[in-house]
Structure formats: structure tokens, C-alpha cells
Design a binder for this molecule. Structure first.
Ligand SMILES: Cc1ncc(COP(=O)(O)O)c(C=O)c1O
Length: 397
């Protein structure tokens, strides 16, 4: 039996595929240092788990409204008001099964086949595939390391055609960790208004910023910008809740209503118990976030110092998130044992197979010449993995 044309167009997630490859080696008894997945290694804080247990005991195990429970929407509205000064009402909020699902549903609600979507590159692996899954066309705009991997307003203006419908932004970014300063976002917003673009602003890492430059929510740049922004957020990264699958979109009520309709046919609702856990995360003590952030800063500093001490490898410390996107161009063209490394994919494969260190090739994020290492893992793994990587790199000729 043949799969559909739609299914055959979809590329599997490169980060999940890299994780699976490492698991295969581990199953063979090989000790692999795995830096491929973007998942905090911390347990979900106890008070959040307790809220989920209480929800189950209280019988909150039934269907909920398709776009989420009213108390969760209230908690989300309060969260965005407190942290970013954004005024969302419950009708402006749709809760989905994780931020990835939120992004896909939001794209389905606004895109028509043939619409163009501008995606600054490097981009999170799923963006271009999720756009393609709607029939729209991703337009990738390269943002080099020298520009801190950030799109500028002139690049956006030059990329726009009469078919351009939407801009996808991600600050702080996966894979680069780069966060946009307010003035650069303001210039981008001016073009978005001029060209009548919708902006999907993925802010899932906004609480994990390590510099003194404050995070700027795109929707908070003024009323004209607010009206065209779809803000994406969720509990996965901030509260170490990846498996609970709660993310959301905030935006104009008619788009949110369309998302609600899509979800009512597609998934019925996000998990009831997880929604209660998310309320506890958003309304509870935020000390847990500060503690995890402190640990991420320690790891970021260690990883960047070590990487920059390796000849030919370089990285500017990321502003936020938990990824080191490092420059490997000096190693392309070298031979490791019998393997010639010609691009980021062959580099990461040889590093995994022979050095037993699992990273993700930059090409999966649309950026050749780089590799991504997640530091959302223990210091012990980070130290061991960097030792192994350094030794493997030394063997290159
Ligand atoms: C930039 C970005 N957006 C969205 C997501 C998806 O988050 P969730 O696990 O809530 O679906 C991720 C996860 O890696 C991400 O890195």
C-alpha cells in the first residue's frame, strides 16, 4: 500500500532522528554522550506534579473545552500581563498539545496553499515542515553568525512578495540561542505593518535569557503590532514539562476561534490533567524556574569556554535557551580515521559513530558549517562529552 503524496513530502524531525540513532548505539552497550534533544534534564517540580495528582483524585479526567479550560486561559492571560504587559482575554487564547501543535494549528488557521512564509535561518527544525504541511511555501532567509543569526528589517522587506502572508520569529532561538533586542524587533514590526504580515512569534524560551538585555515580547510593540501577532508559548521548557504536552497561542479572537474549531475535530482537547498541572506551573512559586536558569547559565559558560578553547571551533555565548550552535567550518574537509568529513551531516555522524558524542548537524536547521549541542543535560555528561569530542577532533587530519 502506498502512502499519500502529503505523507511522503514530510521529513522526520532531525533532532528526534539523532536521538534515536544514539539510542541504537546505547542498546549495543556503547556509552554515548547525547546532546541531541532539547529537553531539560530536571524533573517537573513537585508542586506541579502534586497538582496533577490532585486533579486526578478530584475527578478532572474528562474531556475539556477544545481550546482549553477557562481557569488555564485565565492563568495564561495573567502570566502574559504580568511578564510582558500583554492584554489577552480568554477568547484570545487557544491551548494545544504542546507548542509544536500550537504552531501547526495556528498556521492551519491562517495560511492558504501557495502563501509564502518568511523563516529566518537557522530555524527550529519543524518550522519549514509545518509550513509545508499546510500547502504554504517556506521562504528561508539566511542570517549569518556575524549578524548574531538575527533577521534585519531590510532583509525582511527584500523577501516580501505579493504572496507573503506570515513571518515566523523565534526569540531566544533554537538552535542559536540568539535573542532579538527591542530596537531590531521594532524595525521588523514596521515592515510587518507596512507589508500587512501576520507575525508568529515563538517565545517558548523567553524565561531562559542569560544576558542583561531584557526579553521583548513581539506583541507588546504597540497596538498595530499586537493585532497581527500570534504569540506562541508553553510550559515544556520553562517548567521542565516536555512530556505533559501543553502549549498555547495568543492572538486575535477570530483566528483563535478558527483554531478552536480545528482542534475540536482534530484532538478534542489537550490532556485535562496536564492542564491542571500547567495552571499550577503558571500560578505557583517561580523559584523553580530561577533555579533551573542558574544551572543553565553555569552549563552555558562551561560549554562555551571549552568549545572556544578547541582550535578551529568557535561560538558566541548564546543569549538564551539551552543550545550551543558552534562553528565547525575549520574541520570540514578533514579526515577522521577512514572517514572524510565534508559537511555538517558527515561531521556529526562521524563524531557519533567514532567519538560517541551525539550532536545535530547545522544543515537540519538550514545552516551548513555548524553543529548544535544541547546543554540541557547534566554537568557530568557535558564534561565527559566535551572531553570525548576534543579527543576526536584532535584525530582529524
Ligand atoms: C523553538 C521551539 N518551539 C517550539 C517547540 C515545541 O515545544 P513543545 O514541546 O511544547 O511542543 C520547541 C521544542 O523543541 C522549540 O525548540
Amino acid at each position: 500500500m502506498q502512502v499519500s503524496a502529503y505523507a511522503s513530502r514530510i521529513t522526520p524531525s532531525a533532532t528526534l532522528a539523532a536521538g534515536a540513532k544514539a539510542k541504537d548505539l546505547k542498546a549495543k552497550g556503547i556509552n554515548v554522550f547525547d546532546f541531541s534533544t532539547g529537553e531539560p534534564d530536571f524533573n517537573t517540580p513537585a508542586h506541579i506534579c502534586d497538582a496533577a495528582t490532585k486533579a486526578m483524585k478530584d475527578g478532572h479526567t474528562k474531556y475539556t473545552p477544545a481550546s482549553g479550560l477557562a481557569p488555564l486561559k485565565e492563568a495564561i492571560a495573567e502570566y502574559h500581563k504580568t511578564w510582558h504587559g500583554l492584554d489577552y482575554k480568554p477568547a484570545d487564547i487557544c491551548v494545544s498539545n504542546g507548542a509544536k501543535h500550537a504552531i501547526y494549528t495556528a498556521l492551519l488557521a491562517v495560511l492558504n496553499p501557495g502563501d509564502e512564509v518568511v523563516i529566518p535561518t537557522p530555524y527550529w527544525v519543524s518550522y519549514s515542515e509545518l509550513v509545508k504541511m499546510t500547502g504554504a511555501v517556506p521562504v528561508l532567509i539566511d542570517t549569518p553568525k556575524e549578524a548574531k543569526f538575527r533577521l534585519n528589517a531590510d532583509q525582511l522587506r527584500a523577501a516580501c512578495t505579493p504572496k507573503t502572508k506570515l513571518l515566523m520569529l523565534n526569540s531566544p532561538s533554537n538552535p542559536t540561542g540568539s535573542a532579538y533586542p527591542a530596537d531590531q524587533l521594532r524595525a521588523i514590526a514596521e515592515v510587518a505593518v507596512e507589508k500587512n504580515l501576520i507575525v508568529l512569534s515563538d517565545e517558548i524560551y523567553e524565561r531562559l535569557i542569560y544576558t542583561d538585555t531584557p526579553f521583548q515580547a513581539f506583541g507588546a510593540l504597540g497596538p498595530e503590532v499586537f493585532d497581527r501577532t500570534l504569540t506562541i508559548n508553553g510550559v515544556s521548557k520553562t517548567y521542565a514539562m516536555t512530556g505533559w504536552r501543553i502549549g498555547w497561542t495568543c492572538g486575535p479572537a477570530p483566528i483563535i476561534k478558527a483554531m478552536d474549531n480545528i482542534q475540536s475535530q482534530q484532538t478534542s482537547n489537550p490532556s485535562s490533567v496536564s492542564q491542571y498541572a500547567a495552571i499550577a506551573a503558571l500560578k505557583g512559586d517561580q523559584k523553580c524556574v530561577e533555579e533551573m536558569k542558574k544551572e543553565f547559565i553555569k552549563r552555558r559558560d562551561y560549554v562555551c569556554d571549552r568549545l572556544n578553547s578547541i582550535p578551529g571551533i568557535s561560538i558566541d555565548p548564546p543569549d538564551g535557551a539551552f543550545y550551543a550552535f558552534f562553528d565547525i567550518r575549520a574541520y570540514l574537509g578533514k579526515t577522521f580515521g577512514a572517514k572524510k568529513v565534508s559537511d555538517s551531516q558527515s561531521f556529526c555522524l562521524a563524531l557519533l559513530e567514532d567519538g560517541h558524542v551525539n550532536t545535530v548537524q547545522g544543515s537540519a536547521f538550514g545552516a551548513e558549517g555548524f553543529a548544535r549541542m544541547s546543554f540541557a543535560t547534566s554537568m557530568e555528561t557535558i564534561k565527559g562529552g566535551l572531553d570525548a569530542m576534543e579527543a576526536w577532533l584532535k584525530s582529524g587530519k
